[in-house]
Design a binder for this molecule. Structure first.
Ligand code: 5RP
Length: 235
């Protein structure tokens, strides 16, 4: 979706549909990214208008700051414990609801929060829906310690999986290595296509130095796909 206004309208449609699923008293996980920003704004407006009592855990410092500034009650995940529902965006969504996430750098907290939730509701515009994952570079959060060694293990894994010589880029921001909220680095794996997400996820998780990867397997329960005309389709 190249028209930013159309993409925005589609994101808003998905965000509104997710916020409509929120019930008074819920414990919510709040995602990160531009779609999540719209959702948090919609949620805060509804919570204020209907005087909803909600407890929220955020997936990033940015989301925590935004939600707090809008009057939502944000608490540490461990203070809440189990969450009823997490609403978050995605970079790619395949037909099995396997996701690539982490374009915004928050994949580690996003996965922890999603895993602590009864339901994960994904909100996105139609451009995120793909037949096969991998067009979007796969973010992998790694420790700075031993970066070259970790990168070598990733290269070997990709070679074993017939994905040799795919670019692995250290994410940059303003000319310096990007740091996550946890102070780690991100490698973006430009794979083009991921024929076996489960095998790749298992291989990445087994590498010392990999903190977490952006493949979300068996975490999403439903995806709300917004359209620019305000309609929403379910995956
Ligand atoms: C952040 C994420 C985001 O959910 C993902 O990047 C989608 O973002 P956007 O809604 O801006 O397209 O995983 O780490």
């Amino acid at each position: 979706m190249t028209d930013p206004a159309a993409a925005d309208a589609a994101k808003r449609a998905a965000a509104r549909a997710a916020v409509a699923m929120v019930q008074n008293g819920m414990r919510l996980g709040l995602g990160t990214g531009s779609t999540a920003v719209i959702m948090v704004r919609e949620l805060a407006a509804r919570a204020a208008a209907e005087r909803l009592s909600l407890r929220c855990a955020a997936t990033s410092v940015a989301t925590a700051d935004l939600a707090t500034s809008l009057g939502l009650k944000v608490e540490p995940l461990d203070a809440i414990g189990h969450l009823d529902m997490t609403i978050d965006g995605a970079d790619e969504i395949d037909p099995d609801l396997t996701l690539i996430k982490g374009g915004g750098g928050a994949l580690l907290r996003e996965k922890i929060v999603a895993a602590a939730s009864e339901r994960m509701v994904v909100i996105a515009d139609g451009a995120k829906v793909v037949e096969q994952l991998g067009g979007f570079p796969l973010p992998v959060e790694v420790l700075a310690f031993g970066l070259a060694s970790t990168q070598q293990h990733i290269d070997h894994l990709l070679a074993r999986m017939d994905m040799a010589d795919r670019p692995v880029m250290l994410r940059q921001r303003s000319g310096s290595p990007y740091r996550t909220d946890e102070g780690n680095l991100i490698l973006d794996l430009e794979l083009g296509a991921i024929p076996d997400p489960q095998a790749l996820a298992a291989g990445l998780s087994a590498i010392p130095g990999v903190v977490e990867h952006g493949l979300f397997l068996c975490l999403a329960d439903i995806a709300l796909i917004g359209q620019p005309d305000g309609t929403v389709t379910l995956l």
